[in-house]
Write a protein that binds this ligand. Structure first.
Ligand SMILES: [Fe+2]
Ligand SMILES: [Fe+2]
Length: 183
């Protein structure tokens, strides 16, 4: 298995969910009631597919090796860039969840926090993914020893098989398609 190619393919699913998140935010701007069910599904996808399943592989299999083997430039790129952005994404999801609860509790103004955090997340992740596809992954592919790439590939393969047994990929791609069908 080519682990980096797998991560590039996962970006395509994540970007499709970013489109969904923006569209559901626009529905609120248009005056429609907040669709809690849709937003909770988006949060579920982001936390368990984009973050645990995808960022998990990046952090535990790829970025750690770039820091270890590719010197200070890689360390700066990963620690000050990619890892900070993963954390900021987690914060946006937490604030989105809080804002949804506030709206549920009758705070109409919190709708702007729902929109702000959902849309900020989509902007953050779109730029983050473009940087990984265009710069970070290429930096890793060109700079890591082939034996290290093989280690990454083997770990990705084991991780994917384990996730397949738990039907992670199947579940979240189905959830994405279900939401896209409602747009
Ligand atoms: Fe990332
Ligand atoms: Fe990524």
């Amino acid at each position: 298995m080519n682990g980096i190619q797998l991560m590039i393919d996962e970006h395509k699913y994540i970007k499709r969910m970013l489109v969904v998140a923006r569209k559901y935010s626009y529905k609120i701007v248009q005056g429609q009631p907040v669709d809690y069910d849709a937003f909770y599904k988006i949060i579920d996808f982001v936390r368990n597919y984009a973050d645990r399943h995808h960022h998990g592989k990046e952090e535990d299999f790829l970025f750690n090796r770039m820091i270890e083997h590719q010197g200070p430039a890689a360390e700066k790129l990963v620690k000050n860039g990619m890892l900070v952005e993963h954390d900021l994404g987690r914060l946006h999801m937490q604030l989105l969840e809080d804002a949804l609860q506030k709206v549920k509790d009758g705070d109409d103004e919190a709708k702007i926090d729902v929109i702000a955090n959902a849309v900020s997340y989509t902007d953050l992740l779109n730029r983050h993914i473009d940087k990984e596809d265009g710069v970070v992954y290429k930096f890793a592919e060109n700079g890591l020893d082939p034996s290290i790439i093989e280690e990454i590939n083997a770990q990705c393969e084991t991780f994917e098989k384990d996730a397949e047994e738990k039907q992670v990929q199947k579940k979240y791609i189905a959830l994405l398609e279900e939401l896209e069908a409602t747009l």
